[in-house]
Design a protein around this ligand. Structure first.
Ligand code: PLP
Length: 468
């Protein structure tokens, strides 16, 4: 919780923090790590109420991919506001909704007919996808991963395996969800070593140990795979710590799903929309899911999500097992103003930002990797494009799992680092057990990347001295 009475915080900022604390729901707001009281933002810069400007390497949790307040998005929203703000996309036709759906069909992986459901938040896309797969297969059981984050609704929370605080005292959750370990190779729960952990399955498909645990243990001892409706996975775990699985992971998961008629769902809510230097993280290994979920960066900060799936799963005209009209819907889903923002966003990402994420991401990753030679508390640097994670440990030479590295006064070092970066004008967030995530707007420059590395280098050096 932020100590807003600290003398370092201005009177103006403190007054707002006090009002916020007295009015806002703390379960939602009191996990804040830095005392940032925002006035306005543009591009990759955020200015606080005292006029201090920060370089934003968080992008509002990977949402403002196009940068804050992109002029093309503002113009698209303004134009649409004058024409139609709301009528309800479930009951009437209008062009912005159709255009966005068509574009999403075009850019998402999979050379098959698709359908799109537009919702308002990531968790809503997760909910929709579970309903689609459960309805279609008629099977009750679901597979998810430890470390996953899929949102805060009952289904999202049940599918997540991120932090116990998100689930405690809220049982009963949705039944029949089984969590298996995600390939977090740096801290492997099976104490295996990649790539030594790979074995071939009976067809010669390379199977990393985590997945042979699914096929050889879970599917043999606990659940029959033909009782399983879906496997939900983040191609790169976001909240879990920007954990990037080995390249064998998604292709093998695809084969397992195909073998058993299981719907494979990729939650690309954080990793999608150009962040990794391709439209989607799964594009890097050429694997198409049956359903893909997007949200966050899709409308440059306006609330929107999309569930894009095979037409056979979503349209009873294509397959009679798909859900009927009326099974699902949303009042605001596909709102014309937000669709206009999304359409403008998709255009900016396609024409400018995917390449930039790739190019500047490489510079940033190189800079972070070079820091490793100076700092033993960096365990590894991982990720793709501008979705980069830094694993923080006490000493890279001596791997430890729990507890996370702490300073002499008992603070998790990821929190100390984010706090010190903030004081030096850089916004970064922690993630997972003990990681930092770099998720800047996709329009940052090479100079921005260099500035961020310089600040991090100084801060990490400082924190290294304070270790217990
Ligand atoms: C991978 C992933 N899925 C789902 C969600 C939930 O999205 P929302 O907060 O918009 O409901 C998030 C949010 O952080 C996420 O990162």
């Amino acid at each position: 919780m932020i100590e807003y009475k600290s003398p370092e915080i201005s009177k103006k900022a403190r007054a707002m923090m006090e009002r916020d604390e007295k009015s806002m729901f703390g379960a939602h707001t009191r996990t804040r790590e830095i005392p940032l009281v925002v006035d306005h933002a543009e591009g990759a810069r955020v200015t606080d109420v005292d006029g201090k400007t920060y370089l934003d390497f968080g992008a509002g949790f990977a949402v403002v991919g196009t940068g804050h307040c992109h002029p093309d998005v503002i113009n698209a929203v303004n134009d649409q506001m004058k024409k139609l703000i709301h009528i309800s996309g479930s009951d009437f036709y209008y062009m912005p909704q159709i255009e966005v759906a068509e574009k999403l069909i075009q850019i998402t992986p999979g050379d098959f007919e698709k359908r799109v459901y537009l919702g308002n938040s990531g968790a809503e896309a997760v909910e929709a996808s579970l309903k689609i797969a459960r309805y279609f297969t008629g099977r009750p059981r679901m597979i998810s991963f430890l470390g996953a984050f899929h949102g805060r609704t009952f289904a999202g929370m049940t599918m997540s395996g991120s932090k116990k605080v998100q689930r405690a005292h809220l049982s009963a959750l949705i039944p029949e969800v089984y969590h298996i370990p995600f390939p977090y190779c740096y801290r492997c729960v099976f104490a295996q070593k990649y790539p030594d952990c790979i074995k071939q399955d009976y067809r010669g498909v390379p199977l990393i140990h985590c997945l042979s645990y699914l096929t050889d243990v879970i599917f043999e001892r606990l659940i029959a795979p033909d009782d399983v409706s879906l496997i939900m996975v983040e191609p790169i775990q976001g909240e879990g710590g920007y954990i990037t699985p080995p390249k064998e992971f998604l292709p093998a998961l695809r084969k397992i799903a195909d073998d058993h008629g299981i719907t494979l769902i990729f939650d690309e809510i954080q990793s999608g929309m150009g962040r990794t230097g391709r439209w989607f993280a799964c594009d890097h290994v050429d694997v198409a899911p049956d359903i893909i979920l997007v949200a966050k960066a899709i409308a440059s900060g306006l609330p929107m999500s999309a569930t894009i799936g095979k037409a056979s799963l979503m349209d009873p005209e294509v397959d009679s097992r798909a859900w009927r009209p009326g099974v699902h819907g949303s009042t605001f889903g596909g709102n014309p103003v937000i669709c206009a923002a999304a359409h403008a966003t998709l255009k900016i990402i396609e024409t400018k930002l995917i390449d930039n994420a790739h190019k500047v991401g490489a510079v940033l990753k190189k800079g972070l990797n070079e820091m490793m030679s100076r700092h033993k508390i960096i365990g590894e640097v991982r990720g793709l494009g501008l979705m980069l994670g830094i694993e923080l440990v006490r000493d890279r030479g001596k791997k430890e799992f729990f507890p996370p590295a702490v300073t002499r006064d008992g603070k998790n070092i990821k929190e100390v680092i984010t706090g010190e970066c903030f004081k030096r004008g850089l916004i970064v967030y922690g993630a997972g057990i003990s990681s930092l995530r770099m998720s800047p707007p996709l329009m940052i420059t090479v100079d921005d990347a260099t500035t961020a590395v310089k600040i991090l280098d100084e801060v990490i050096g400082l924190v290294e001295e304070q270790l217990k």
